[in-house]
Structures are given as structure tokens and as C-alpha cells.
Design a protein around this ligand. Sequence first.
Ligand SMILES: [Mg+2]
Length: 506
Amino acid sequence: MPELRLSAETGAAPTRVQRVYVNRNLRLDHIDAVGFDMDYTLAIYNQPEMDRLSIESTIHKLIERGYPEGLRTMPYRTDFAIRGLLIDKKLGNVLKMDRYRYVKKAYHGTRELSREERRALYHTQRIRVGTPRYHWVDTLYALSEVCVFAAAIDFLEKGGGDVDYATLFTDVRSSIDLAHQDGSILNTVMSDLPRFVRRDPLLGATLHKLRSAGKRLFVLTNSRAAYTETMMTYLVGDALPEYPSWRNYFDVIITAAGKPRFFTEDAALLEVGEDGATTAHVATQLERGRVYSGGNIVEFERLFETGGDRILYVGDHIYGDVLRAKKDSAWRTAMIVQEMAEELAAHELCVDDLERLSTLEHLRDTMYDALRSRQRRFKELTKQLEELEALQTSATSVGEEAAGQGLEAPTRGELEVARLREKRAIGRVRLRLRSVDTEVETIEDSVDRAFHAFWGSLFKSGPEVSIFGDQVEDYACLYTERVSNLLVYSPMHYFRSPRDRMPHEL
Ligand SMILES: [Mg+2]
């Protein structure tokens, strides 16, 4: 049960977990309508339970496909994966990259690749992310398939066989899709919602507050009508007496929306019957309390009589909800990142370490500068010595008169002493650099472990922003841990980005 938010009632400043973070300024009083995705947005799942269920269903389907029975008892970690990973289907590796596509961590199965292995495989040529060799892991749904893929590689390789990683990955993907389609996963979830879903006691009040401020609300989910009905009833069906049904909170309810295609294609918007089945009736108007299926953004905005940047859409899926909404429409976006609580807690634990890391990085830059200038000096002295030697050789052969000309110039002995001094200094700087590098590595390791046993921080990759963090920054106007965090802000709030200054203005 989530903790109750006292600040909602007392008006105290929100805690870091309750805060809504801002990438692009957004004035809530300029927003007419707020739309919500359902899964992992309004409905926050209990991630370890969901992962366990998906992993077991997927393994079951793999065995039905002819994979060895032993998969059923193989060890696996439900927490192996995070969002923002890249799967290399050709080599059976899982990678985490920073925003410059530099691979900072990689695993083969669940064995971490050494720095040398990473360098040989991924640092000599640019990774072509968009090609079929690679697969993005961008939803919380998809974490379980990474767990199965990695565990199965460990298991099958231990058995001594050759593993065709690409085929294995395709089989894992189709198995999990099948488990979703045939109800193995959804029926189990629906039959035991308290086990799989974390009900937020403040969700109803949050929706109510937005409605009271004159916002129109809508649901736009890819889930089917029957599942949406069960889930939403569980979430807010009896949250507030003023709302006898979950449907009363919303002006429009669209299920089976087929995002991201909803934003780019022109599927028809159909009415859903009271039995939850989609009818053949094309909707000509949007009725409150009715459920629709499919549709597209153009038709939706026409019937809803608002659109563009008057709409704020809240979702959890960087590609299906946030990126497409941003690229193919002018909708403003808010992203739900349920990992925020753990991320912020780890960040707090590591404040001193992170401070030390930035001191060390600064020190390292200074030392590299010193090293380069000493190396330059060493080269100069070497050149001078060579020139002097050449001069002396020619002086000896031409005659003794040239010897007197070099009185003001350093002697060979002086040059040699200076050169030796530089050489020793270079050695000392190199030694100190190595010890700084070792300390950086040790601290980075312990910071990473505080964030996540396998991958470190979701938003960062070493000192850089991770590719996931980069996408959140690029496409989400706002991001926050859960929908009910909006409750602590006024519905007229001006969300202001700290990033409205350029580096030269700081
Ligand atoms: Mg979702």
C-alpha cells in the first residue's frame, strides 16, 4: 500500500519522489484536456510479481515450442533488466549505452563482459542501432523477456550446445506475445489484482482535482475494453462517492488504441458494446460514459474539439506514448517513471561518492593537461639535444671556431638534466593518474551497485546521461513517479524548467 501523502492536505512542499520534474516549461492553465494511458500509468503494476508471471509464462511457451524441459528450473533474476537496454541479437549480449552510443556496460547472458571484451566488440565501430541486429528494451513489459533471454543463454551454453542467439530471441519474443494473446498473463492478473497492481489511494482525488479545475479528461489505452473495465474499476471504482463508476471521471474513453499507430495512421474509431465487444459502428460523436476502440489522432481531435498543445498526455512508454505524441502532434507530454523512487533513494545514498567523483574528474582533467605540457617539453628538449649533437658533429669536421658560438645556449649536460627531470615528472603524473583512475573505477562501481545490481542508474551511464535519460529529456515535457503526484500542484501551476539557460549563461 503506497504511503499517504500528507503534503497533499497540508500544502507542504513536495518531497523529491512527489515532485514533477520539468524538461520544458508548461502552464497547466493553458491545458484544456489531460489524457492518460492506462497500463503502467494509471495502473502501477507490482513489477517483481508481473515479471515473475511473465517469465514463467514465457518459459512454459518456450518448452511447448521444443526447448529443453530444464528451462523450467533454471535460475533467473527477475531484476536483471532495466529500461533503456539494447539487445545484440547476433551475439547474445545485452548492452547499456550513454547518450553518445558508447557502451558502458554489457552482459553475455548474465556474465558481465570485461572492459577488453566490450572494447573489442563495441568500441571500434559505431553501433547501428536501427538495424535488425539490435532490439530496444523500452517498456517495463519487456523487462521479463530480457531476463528469460539472458537466463536461457546461461542455461543452454552450460549444456554445451551451440546457441543461435537471434533465433532464441525471436522465440522468446513470440512466446511472450503468445502468453499475452492467449490470456495466460492477463487472465491471471485479472483474477488476482491486489497481487499484481499497486492501487494508489490518491488517484481518484487527483482526477477529481483536475476535473474541478475545468480540465476534460480522457483515457487512451492499447488495452482492450474488458481488461480496461476490470482494471479501472479496481483502481478508482469506489474511490470517491461522487463518482459511482470509474467512467464518470472521464469525458472520453478509447481502448485498443493501437498506439503508436494511433498517432500516424487513420484507423476507424468504433463503438464498444456494453458486453465489452467492439461493434462495427463507426463513432460520429464522442459520448461521455461510452467506451470506444481504435481511432486516430486526427479524428479524435476533430470530435473532441480540442487538440495540439492544449492537450497534455500522460504515459509511461517512451516510444508509443511520449515520442510519437511529441513528433506527430503538438500534444504536451508527461512521462510516468515508476523507477524514480528507487533512483532518488540511491542518489541520496551516493551524494558523497558523486561529489568525490566530480572532484576526481576535475583533478584528472588538470593532470592530463599537466601531462600533455610536460610531454611537449620533453619532446622539445629531445629535439634540442639532437640539434646540438648534429651541430657538434659538423663543428668538429669544419673546425674549432663554431664551439665558441654556443656560449649562451644550454650545454648538452644541462639539456640532459632538464630532459631527465621531465621524464621523471611524466612518470610521476602517470602514476598519480593511474591511482585516480583506480579510485574513480572503485567509486563508480559502488555507485552503480547502489542504483542497480547489474546496470547502475537508469538515467545515467557513468558520468554521462544514459540513452534512456536522453530520451526522457528530449521527449517528455514533464516526468514524475506517479500520476497522483499532480495532486500536490495547483491545476494552474506553471511548471518551469531549470534548463532554460544555456551553458554560457550559468
Ligand atoms: Mg502503458
